[in-house]
Write a new protein. Sequence first.
Length: 508
Amino acid sequence: MENKKKNNQENVLSFIPTGEYYYKKALKELQRDNYPKAHKYLQRATELSPEDPLIMMQFGIVLMEMQEFEQAMDVLRTAQDLDPEETDILFFLSEVHAHMGLFLDARKYAKRYVEADINGKYAEEAMEIIDFAEQEDWQLLDDEGEAQDSEYFYLQEKARRLMEQGNFTDAIKMLEDLIADKPDFWGAHNNLALAYFYIGETEMAKALLHDVLRRNTGNLHALCNLAVFHYYEKNDELDDILDLLKKIQPYVFEHRYKLGATFALVGKYKEAFRWLRSLQKRGFDGDPAFYFWLSHAAYHSNHEEIARQAWRQLTAMDPGKEGYEPWQDNTSMPHSDALEHDREYLVSKLDHPQRSERLFGLFLLGKSSHKQEIISHPKWLKSEQPTVIETFMLGYALGHAFKENVPAESAFMRAMKTAEILYEAEGMVTQQGSYAFQMWFMLVSNAFERNYVFKNPKALAASVDYMVRSSRDRSITKKSVAEHYGITSSTLTKYINELIKYLPLFES
């Protein structure tokens, strides 16, 4: 019996999933048209078998089906590097370039496919791409009059993805190399300015945009980016740029989108709705960001039905946006004096030099009607070296899940349960009520570092409540507070004594 048990354990331990294992699971999901699951399995398969070109190619195909064209191009190029002789990869490279409007290269890869495999299973589709690309040769020039070069475009998109992942150092180097090689590639200049702005180099960012506008007068992307910079910095120059942007009448879809999104971001919803709605009426098939801004612009311009329709389209593409509806701001503000909805107060806490105050600010952020605006701000949530507790707090504010089986995360969640009990007392944080939260997060800041487990959140909330109230009102008794929280006076005393050790006065 013992030998049988040992053999079973060895069998379990010897099973290590391979890329091929996940690849086969992905194929089963594709037969069911379950692309999200297939994506998940293929991503894992590429991690385990990064040198397998067929797995890489299949991942690229799924990314195309999910409209992730830039990433699909990246993956398919990797597949081709792994196996330059595989003709199917050529076809899918042709297809992804066609999807992105890069018809010159779409035609190039399609021709290479047909020349290599005239009777291939994709030969007919490849010929259609060639025919279409030759009919659409007017699109081989982009809207700024530059000859399209897919290699530059590809590198720019790669840099943009690095920025989205927070890797600004590599993005900046890639964009600077691009500009050195092609000085009049304005898209790279604009993205480089954004990258500098996100790392706090605001003067360098603005200088880059002014240089673009000097050398390429009227560059809409530069003007819009400059408006966004001035908006975040609350500069007076914003009004002048907005007046200029209101006079611009773009015809190109991309420019209408950029203009509409910029107006929406800075709160000029009427102008934003005009441009974004004009795109929708002309059959523009937008990405999630388009429907996000359209919904906000429509709602704040009194077009509620259009706003709700756009939001339904957004959540169909990105279910994670549930809860960020523009009308959510109104339903979540029952009290005008709630500090969580006071943007200036909230920002002052997030920028505070004391960690405990920043923790309090992050807790308020999770309750605030300004959450979406603040989390999209490049500076307000920036910290040079965030501590573990601050990282946890930001995750909590954004609704991330924590693991009960990890001691630090379990302790943190009990500390947050305590804060939630205090919050439930009034359903908001007032100036008077803020003292209990400020004390609690000061205690949390110190106690978490010393591995306090925060056992019994109800008793902890009662202890903080009593400590704050009794310091201001001598008539407050332990008995009355304990009864209010449903605990005994002795339990209250026990936890007060535990917490006192973490007050700054008692620190050694």
